[in-house]
Design a protein around this ligand. Structure first.
Ligand SMILES: [Zn+2]
Length: 100
């Protein structure tokens, strides 16, 4: 059936515990890169572009701030070490998976 039309005009309020820190993606240029810290057993920090799904995962370090992870992300991007995240990981329960 139809493809969904994507609207990007509306700013969605995110009620989740995501950090509001958004940076500009070096790959697609969208200001859609978020830094999220998952605090499970293994603390990791994910830097993900929600537009093109470029992703970097880093060890959590309490002395670093989101922008520090983002600069690692940029470095790795420059070195060509980043890859796109797989779509549909399903652990964030988002509604933003429109591609199939
Ligand atoms: Zn991007």
């Amino acid at each position: 059936m139809g493809r969904r039309r994507r609207k990007r005009a509306r700013v969605r309020v995110v009620p989740k515990r995501k950090l509001p820190t958004i940076f500009e993606c070096p790959s697609c240029g969208a200001t859609a890169v978020s830094v999220s810290i998952s605090k499970g057993k293994e603390k990791v920090v994910r830097v993900v572009c929600s537009n093109c799904h470029l992703m970097g995962v880093y060890e959590y370090n309490p002395y670093l701030s989101p922008v520090d992870y983002f600069s690692k992300f940029l470095d790795e991007y420059e070195e060509g070490r980043l890859s796109q995240a797989t779509l549909g990981e399903g652990d964030e329960g988002g509604e933003e998976d429109g591609e199939s």
